[in-house]
Design a protein around this ligand. Structure first.
Ligand code: ZN
Length: 573
């Protein structure tokens, strides 16, 4: 492609609304353009990269035995009412009405539609297993669309759904998708981790997320060289080793004004690890009034992971909050800043899993201005529930190998869910087995945020001058730049190189615009073409400059050598 004939419009200025690298560079390189907040269109270069990414996804899905179909983005409300999700989906679901007042949505996902297909098309075990997928527009009316393609209101997803006879079949389908996802993200050149995830609104059990590591990401990730990775919300805490100390007699000590762990530890001259801290909650009933009090205890230096507490209690997040200290104190004997487990009444006591193994901790004495030394689990108090309540953090031991965990941020680019019979059950998607007995189809669902993956790649592949596309996703692989305008020798050599590369099957840009070298180089760097061949003052000797985008050094080599090296880099040796 000749740049003189191509629509390319790079921006010198950083667009005001763009905060993260992918948003900035995709806009500046002229790859995407905003229509309205959270809605983007793809320009020629951006669309080429998008189609390459889709093609990688398509090839690996096909190789994994999945079959591509294409469903409508417009979905009737009836299907969502049947699955029970019409009411459960919040304002993020883009709801519309047709001229007759019938409800529809612009699909945020397609479990219902695919389940509907399968219940109409599949009746026998002979038709299973089956995996159907599509690469298609999805809609989510985000409260705050931002970061360009990373959190937009219209986006392209690959979504796949597997249909099996039983749980063992689902396990196999899931495994095959997991392997396909690894190949897809490897081919995109992404640095990623796989984390166990909460399946949340999707329902079912068993879920993993493929997360590209990038500072601009929205999830906190803990990971380890051994392969362990988890969101910090999900990461299991590792208990301190059990203590072998003898139990010392309990002792009340005067600790005036010591309402925090820091002040108690400092006042008594002990490390925070020798203390225990209380976090007090109230569980709300239907009417919004407290129906139960909860005291959660963790070692003094730990942070409570509230999600773990809510999950252990089986209480949804909106039904629990920090307790009103006076009201809770009147009923349970808790005293703000001086609450310990000994003598607490009429409330649920939840202890972190390491507390029973620790000895002689200092805790609140349930009396203003006093703490109690040498509090021991079993002798002095017991808990209604003992679970891991600790928030894991960077530097904590890895739950698998014990090495310190690394902390980072990540962009969720793919998810795998074992749905089981959640949708086939509520929507009656059934098959008959060999004995003519009916069973619900067992399902999995598998998503890849295609446009988001494109953003994630830019987050990992950019520098101060623009994008550095990996070869597999570059809109073009080589750019040939004649830089001496009016120099016929240079123009002819550039033309020759361009023609040879094209003939060999490479994707090549020829920057034949009448522009200064500086402008050509800036554009080439910004749009991130992996290889640049510059034809300049030594064109007469047949010598050109060869420069990979990701290397600083440029080399002067004979033109034939440059062509040979470029083809090696494009097609592999
Ligand atoms: Zn590890």
């Amino acid at each position: 492609m000749r740049l003189s004939k191509m629509h390319i419009n790079t921006l010198r200025e950083v667009p005001g609304e763009a905060e993260v690298a992918s948003h900035i560079w995709l806009l500046r390189a002229g790859m995407i353009r905003k229509l309205v907040s959270g809605v983007y269109g793809f320009m020629p270069l951006g669309y080429r990269t998008l189609r390459k990414l889709e093609q990688i996804v398509r090839e690996e899905m096909d190789a994994a035995g999945a079959q591509e179909i294409h469903m409508s983005a417009i979905q009737p409300a009836e299907l969502w009412i049947e699955s029970g999700r019409w009411a459960a989906m919040g304002p993020e679901m883009w709801r519309i009405k047709d001229r007759h007042g019938r409800d529809f949505c612009l699909g945020p996902t397609h479990e219902e539609v695919f389940t509907d297909i399968v219940r109409n098309e599949v009746s026998s075990y002979r038709q299973l297993p089956m995996n159907l997928y599509q690469i298609q527009m999805k809609y989510r009316d985000e409260a705050r669309p931002r970061f360009g393609l990373m959190r937009s209101r219209e986006f392209i997803m690959k979504d796949a759904y597997s249909f099996d006879r039983d749980a063992a079949g689902l396990d196999e389908s899931y495994r095959v998708m997991y392997e396909a996802y690894r190949r897809i993200f490897d081919r995109c050149g992404l640095d990623y981790v796989v984390v166990d995830a909460d399946s949340g609104a999707m329902g079912g059990s068993g879920s993993q997320e493929f997360t590209a590591l990038a500072e601009a990401g929205e999830s906190d990730i803990l990971h380890c060289g051994c392969g362990f990775a988890a969101t910090s919300e999900q990461a299991p805490g590792v208990d301190a080793p059990a203590s072998r100390e003898d139990l010392l007699p309990r002792e009340e000590v005067y600790t005036p004004d010591c309402k925090t762990i820091e002040s108690v530890a400092a006042f008594l001259g002990i490390p925070k690890e020798r203390t225990m801290k209380a976090l007090l909650f109230e569980v709300l009933g239907e009417d919004g009034n407290p129906v139960e009090y909860v005291a959660a205890f963790v070692r003094g230096d730990r942070t409570l992971n509230e999600t773990k507490l809510y999950n252990a209690l089986g209480v949804p997040e909106h039904r629990i909050r920090f307790a009103d200290e006076a009201a809770m104190g009147a009923r349970t004997g808790s005293v703000g800043g001086f609450t310990g487990p000994v003598g607490l009444r009429d409330c649920r006591v939840v202890a972190d899993s390491e507390l029973p193994g620790l000895r002689n901790l200092c805790a609140g004495a349930l009396r203003e201005g006093y703490h109690m030394k040498n509090v021991n689990y079993g002798r002095d108090f017991e808990a209604d529930l003992i679970v891991d309540l600790k928030l894991a953090g960077g530097g904590d031991p890895c739950p698998l190998c014990g090495s310190p965990l690394a902390e980072g941020r990540g962009i969720e680019v793919g998810q795998l869910f074992k749905l089981g019979t959640k949708y086939s059950g509520s929507m009656s998607a059934r098959y008959r087995d060999e004995n003519q007995e009916e069973h619900p189809v067992v399902m999995g669902s598998y998503g890849i945020g295609v446009t988001r993956t494109m953003a994630a790649v830019v987050e990992q592949y950019h520098d101060g001058d623009g994008i550095l596309w990996p070869m597999a996703l570059a809109p073009y692989q080589v750019i040939v730049c004649p830089v001496k305008s009016g120099d016929e020798t240079a123009a002819r050599l550039a033309e020759e190189i361009y023609t040879q590369l094209l003939a060999a099957g490479a994707e090549v840009l020829l920057d034949d615009r009448d522009e200064r070298p500086g402008v050509k180089f800036k554009d080439a760097d910004m749009i991130g073409i992996p290889l640049r061949i510059t034809v300049g003052k030594r064109a007469g000797e047949g010598v050109v400059e060869y420069k990979p985008r990701n290397e600083r050094e440029r080399e002067e080599i004979p033109a034939e050598e440059a062509v040979r090296r470029a083809l090696e880099a494009v097609f592999g040796k």
